[in-house]
Design a protein around this ligand. Structure first.
Ligand SMILES: C[S@@+](CC[C@H](N)C(=O)[O-])C[C@H]1O[C@@H](n2cnc3c(N)ncnc32)[C@H](O)[C@@H]1O
Length: 172
């Protein structure tokens, strides 16, 4: 085999690992939300200086970076794929303590108690479990109301508060 075939195999393997770990763990693969859509989501939820945004499956961390750009005081990402968690930490290091990335399955953790906004780009199987998860989490959260933005998919049996180009806003 030539060196080119080896390089191709290594790159293809890396892409499969980066995209696929979320799926092996029962969640969505890594597919980043486009910047203009993230912008739309942050406007839909009116993210501002009193907000702490949490991205449940934070991928490359771009949603977190843009939340800070929109004025959020802090942004926290949970990412099950350690490669993506590591990469996003490196990319966002310059934003210092405003951003934190936790390399964990979000279903097996407690959200920060100052969470006000949640972003989700996950598959139906995951979204089905979200109401129960958030209602449990609310027991220790300070905010009386959580704004939850869901991209592309729907939380079953839950009223949509506002909607724009595939972004849906819910309240819990
Ligand atoms: C569709 S991508 C969205 C990435 C990012 N939020 C964005 O919108 O650009 C979903 C991400 O969730 C991660 N993921 C899937 N299940 C997870 C879980 N239970 N806990 C933490 N991360 C998870 C995947 O590894 C993947 O990076």
């Amino acid at each position: 085999m030539t060196i080119f075939v080896w390089v191709f195999c290594v790159i293809a393997g890396l892409i499969i690992v980066v995209m696929g770990i979320g799926v092996l763990c029962g969640g969505a693969p890594f597919v980043p939300t486009r910047r203009e859509w993230i912008d739309e989501a942050l406007k839909l939820a009116q993210v501002g200086k009193n907000d702490v945004l949490v991205d449940l499956g934070s991928g490359n961390g771009e949603v977190l970076r843009m939340a800070i750009k929109h004025g959020a005081k802090r942004a926290v990402g949970y990412e099950i794929n350690p490669l993506l968690a590591c990469w996003s930490r490196v990319r966002l290091k310059k934003l210092g303590e405003k951003i934190e990335i936790r390399s964990k399955d979000f279903f097996r953790t407690n959200l920060p108690n100052d969470t006000t906004v949640i972003y989700l780009f996950q598959v139906d199987k995951v979204l089905k479990k979200i109401p129960e998860f958030l209602l449990q989490q609310k027991a220790h959260l300070k905010a009386a109301k959580l704004r939850v933005i869901v991209f592309g998919f729907k939380i079953p049996d839950r009223e949509v508060i506002r909607e724009s180009n595939g972004m849906r806003l819910y309240e819990f």
